[in-house]
Ligand binder design. Sequence first.
Ligand code: PMV
Length: 357
Amino acid sequence: MDAFRYSAKTTTTISYKTRWQAPSNIALIKYWGKEKNQIPKNPSLSFTLQKCVTETSIEFQPKPSSGLTFDFFFEGKPNPNFLPKLNHFFDQIRPYVSWLDGYHLTIRSDNSFPHSSGIASSASAMAALALGVMDAEREMDAGITDTLFTTKASFLARLGSGSAARSVEGPITVWGKTPSVKEASNDFACKIDSLHTVFTTYQDTVLIVEKGSKSVSSSQGHALMNGHPFANQRFEQAQQHLHSLLEVMKEGNLDDFIRIVESEALTLHAMMMTSQPYYLLMEPQTLSIIQKVWAFRKETHLPLCFTLDAGANIHLLYPKEHTAPILDFIKNELSPYCQQGYYIEDAVGRGAKKMYI
Ligand code: PMV
């Protein structure tokens, strides 16, 4: 994307410190399968979350020798486990922020949700980093408009982790080219306005079935979509699902919303089960919860549905007005299936924000 290559018009160097909070997101239409540099094989749509966030401060110090260097602290301590991902991120974004080569960065990052809770933190982490970098770039170039700031932050975040592109704005974003959304791009996510208001306060209670890392990573999963026997049908289905979901979300038709969202979740896992080699990320508790949710919905007619990311945990989605009976159900009947009874009460959010220091 040449539009994002920073043509250092200015020779300004700055000492600057900034702090950004970026949310996690949960896809309703799943991104699964990619080309090089996180170019998605199909468009995806997600709810931006509110409470599951990463907060990252970056201190930019100009230095005499060229070459970017950085120190990284996670929850106050140096943490070498994150270095390969960070090095990869900076290698990927450098062509678009070449001014970084003259700096030493001190990066301090914290998550609102417990580390290794099984909640994917790469989306919020990469988005918070990208926003901090863009903030420094804007400090040097007052010509950067709000639109350029947001789209380039999403673009840089995508280079770190595909789904991170959707963690800049909220409450609902689409990433990946599709005839259903004129402004949609493979390079960055865009916000979808004019959907039914019920979705602007939707609740997402995340049931933690399994903490810790997955047996097959998302990167390996994406790679297994190359040569997958059902890949093309899946990419086509995602386009159709996205088209229908947008219509349904305009109308506020919750029955059809549930039908598409649950189908997407199960299709994602069906792709894993039909890969070569095949694998399973759901646990017995995941299936028990799904069965219970279906029985609860049949009995109460409340519009509670589930989605899954690439793991065993379950996201339960429902309109805010039904919070009381649904939380009772979760507490009494579903929490026994969660690891140490743990779940997180989240809701859709408005996107990343700058924190003042
Ligand atoms: O951004 P990645 O490479 O971790 O892939 C995310 C894949 C899913 O979470 C399963 C789906 C999605 O669209 O977020």
